[in-house]
Structure formats: C-alpha cells, structure tokens
Write a protein that binds this ligand. Structure first.
Ligand SMILES: [Zn+2]
Length: 273
C-alpha cells in the first residue's frame, strides 16, 4: 500500500509504519476536512512515531489545513497511542468513545451525535463489538471510517472479555443500514465495491464460525485451545491468540443462549448443552 493516498476530496489516508499479523499493512490514519476550509481532523493517529507524525503533517500541509481535533475509533494502542501526544502537539482536543482515550481535556462522543468540524459534518456511529468503546464515523460523502469494525482484508476479531458478539452483529447491521458508499478501514485497503455485500459477508462469516464451533462440539467436548486448533487449523499460529478471543466471545454468546456449557476457565471442557 502507498503511504499517503487521497481517497476523495475530503479524505486522505496515511499508512503508519506498524505492520503485523493483526495490523496487516499497518494502521490507517485518516485526514478529513473540506478542501479550502484550512482545517482538518486526524482520525486514528495510530502509533506515536515521529516519521508517521511527519507524514500526517505533510498530508495536512498538502491540503493547506491545520489539525482541529484528533478522533479515535477505539482504545487499542495501534489506533490511540498517539492521540494524547499529538493532540498536545497540535493544541487540539481528543474525541473518542471513552473518557480513558479522550483524556481530561478531550471530549467523550455521544452515539448518534453530529460533529460540525473542518467545514464538514461527521456522524458518530456506535459500533461496539470489537471493543465496547468502538465508534465509526460517517462522512458527508456516505463513506464510513470503520476502525477495526471491518478490515480491508480478512475479518475482524471480537476481543475477549471486552468484546461482545451480539453487539458486534448489531453494529454490522447498523453500518449496513447506513448504506455506506465506501468503508475506510483501520487496517488494509479501503472497500469501495459494494460495501453492503462486505457487511453481509461479515455477518455470514460470524454465523459460519458459530456453526463450526457447534459442529466441533457435536463431535465431543473440547477445551477452547482444542476448538481453536480445529476451527483455525489452516491459519498461521500467530493469529491463534486472536482466534481464541473470538472463540471465547462466541462461546459467551452460545452460553447465554443456553446452547453450550462449560469452558469458562482456561482448561475446562466446553460441551453442547
Ligand atoms: Zn482494535
């Protein structure tokens, strides 16, 4: 992926230098603002890295814009680490879904609120599931900045114990119902072709994983580690810890529905109820 790309008149994407098995090519930082307004937002600053800050400042300068706020989709360090230091550097507030990220001089965003900033309007879309504080940001163009709710490649993780599969599914439907023109992801390339179909795929994928777990349990009780080794057999082991989190989150849902029991403790067997 190229480091800095203009995605549409209001939006540039700046790729941070933190590639990895979960962060894919690295974190995507977005610079958003109406051209000519002289102002822009920085969304998901990412790692607190001097070269990355320089790249974001170059993107701001290319638009003749100064940063007026730092927005954050969720608290994970690969999105939020630079929020406080960069907000201090620019002399602007952090805006996020949790007080922990917004900090003492920042602002906790309300689900559904509309922000008039940088010559444009940003809709705050609650998208809990990956984490409990996750927000997406809907732009005037109809594109949605989705953070880690949807990734540009592969699928996202419902973290455990913070994440929530039912909330995640509801959030996928909520973004689907917005009829997004594009999904600008926290990692990986932007999704501009039929975003609704991508969201349908994510919903179907969750149902598929759930069925795989039930099928594996139908063959006998197993620990979470054994379930991961079965369901994610063809995936590299470096993603198994994340797969274990999604598996535990799915088991929480199935347990709440009375369909499985056990497996709350690490070594305990899970079985069909
Ligand atoms: Zn995340």
């Amino acid at each position: 992926m190229r480091r800095t790309v203009d995605l549409e008149p209001q939006v540039a994407r700046v790729l941070a230098p933190n590639p990895g098995p979960m962060s894919l090519d690295g974190t995507n930082t977005y610079v958003v603002g109406e051209p000519g307004s002289g102002r822009a937002l920085v969304v998901d600053p990412g790692p607190d890295d001097a070269a990355h800050l320089a790249a974001v400042e170059a993107a701001l300068a290319a638009r003749g814009a100064e940063c007026v706020a730092v927005l954050v989709t969720h608290h994970h360090v690969d999105h939020a680490e630079a929020a406080a230091p960069w907000a201090a550097h620019f002399g602007v507030p952090v805006m996020a879904g949790s007080a922990a990220v917004a900090g003492p001089r920042g602002r906790v965003l309300e689900p559904g609120e509309r922000l008039d900033l940088a010559g444009t309007t940003i809709g705050v879309v609650p998208t809990p599931g990956h984490t409990s504080d996750h927000l997406a940001f809907r732009l005037e163009s109809g594109a949605v900045l989705v953070g880690d709710h949807v990734l540009g490649r592969g699928t996202s993780v419902v973290t455990h114990p913070e994440g929530d599969v039912l909330a995640y599914l509801e959030s996928l439907r909520r973004v689907h119902d917005l009829g997004p023109s594009a999904l600008y992801c926290g990692h990986g390339p932007e999704l501009t072709e039929d975003p609704g179909a991508v969201l349908d795929f994510y919903l179907a994928h969750r149902a598929y994983r759930e069925q795989q777990l039930l099928d594996a349990l139908g063959r006998g009780a197993a620990t979470v580690d054994e379930l991961v080794a079965t369901v994610y057999a063809e995936y590299p082991r470096e993603v198994w810890p994340a797969a274990a989190q999604s598996t535990r989150a799915t088991l929480d849902k199935l347990r709440a529905e009375g369909r499985v029991e056990g497996g709350v403790e690490g070594t305990e067997q899970v079985r069909l109820a």
